[in-house]
Design a protein around this ligand. Structure first.
Ligand SMILES: CC(C)(COP(=O)(O)OP(=O)(O)OC[C@H]1O[C@@H](n2cnc3c(N)ncnc32)[C@H](O)[C@@H]1OP(=O)(O)O)[C@@H](O)C(=O)NCCC(=O)NCCS
Length: 183
């Protein structure tokens, strides 16, 4: 599958990116708080535009593996975050998900809407069997979000990834298609 059809949740739309999203995306990718537990960032304007263009180019790739989506607030049309799928193993129908939100919109239930939207997309339209996420053990927002949705903790990786110059521990969370209760 190349481009995805937009998915609506209660207050959000998850859709493909375009270059007009740049200013909104720059707001959160340049924010230290948002990228604290991520391997990249904060990014400057040039880096943000470069990665946005690369992500848009993925949309027309044959055997597309990376889907980075805009998370749009329906009411304001503002892009308040990014949600992503990375197809790690086509044969096993397994994907990794990721998400990050503008810090002004944290703790308002948007994370739950985004992850449920990704699960809906993966399990109902992409024929995915297992969805997993890897997150820093100290990233309480992400750990609580995944537990709340019903992901199972399957692993604890020690000194798994170097983030901002430090080796960090990560949890592996996963959910199967038959475990997803719907949005
Ligand atoms: C992780 C993130 C997406 C959470 O988004 P959010 O919109 O704040 O999440 P929600 O409001 O849907 O909250 C989900 C659950 O987690 C809890 N939670 C959210 N942030 C929390 C925090 N900082 N500490 C403890 N619990 C938190 C909420 O209370 C809620 O639980 P509840 O339903 O039992 O009340 C957001 O903090 C973010 O973008 N962080 C930076 C990027 C990032 O780390 N991404 C994840 C990489 S693995």
């Amino acid at each position: 599958m190349a481009r995805i059809k937009p998915v609506e949740t209660n207050r959000l739309v998850l859709r493909e990116l375009n270059e007009e999203d740049f200013e909104d995306i720059y707001q959160f990718k340049s924010d230290q708080k948002v990228v604290k537990y991520l391997t990249w960032g904060p990014t400057n304007r040039e880096q943000t535009l470069h990665s946005l263009r690369k992500q848009i180019a993925f949309q027309t790739e044959e055997n597309r593996q990376i889907y980075v989506l805009a998370v749009v607030q329906k009411e304001t049309k503002k892009v308040i975050g990014n949600a992503l799928f990375i197809i790690r193993d086509q044969d096993c129908q397994t994907v990794e998900i990721g998400y990050f939100i503008n810090s002004s919109y944290w703790k308002q239930g948007y994370g739950k809407e985004i992850v449920n939207g990704l699960l809906y997309l993966g399990f109902n339209t992409m024929d995915i069997h297992r969805i997993y996420a890897v997150c820093d053990v100290e990233n309480a927002g992400s750990v609580n979000l995944l537990r709340r949705i019903g992901f199972r903790q399957e692993g604890h990786f020690i000194k798994n990834l170097k983030v901002k110059g430090q080796w960090r521990d990560h949890y592996l969370f996963a959910i199967l298609k038959e475990e997803f209760k719907g949005m």
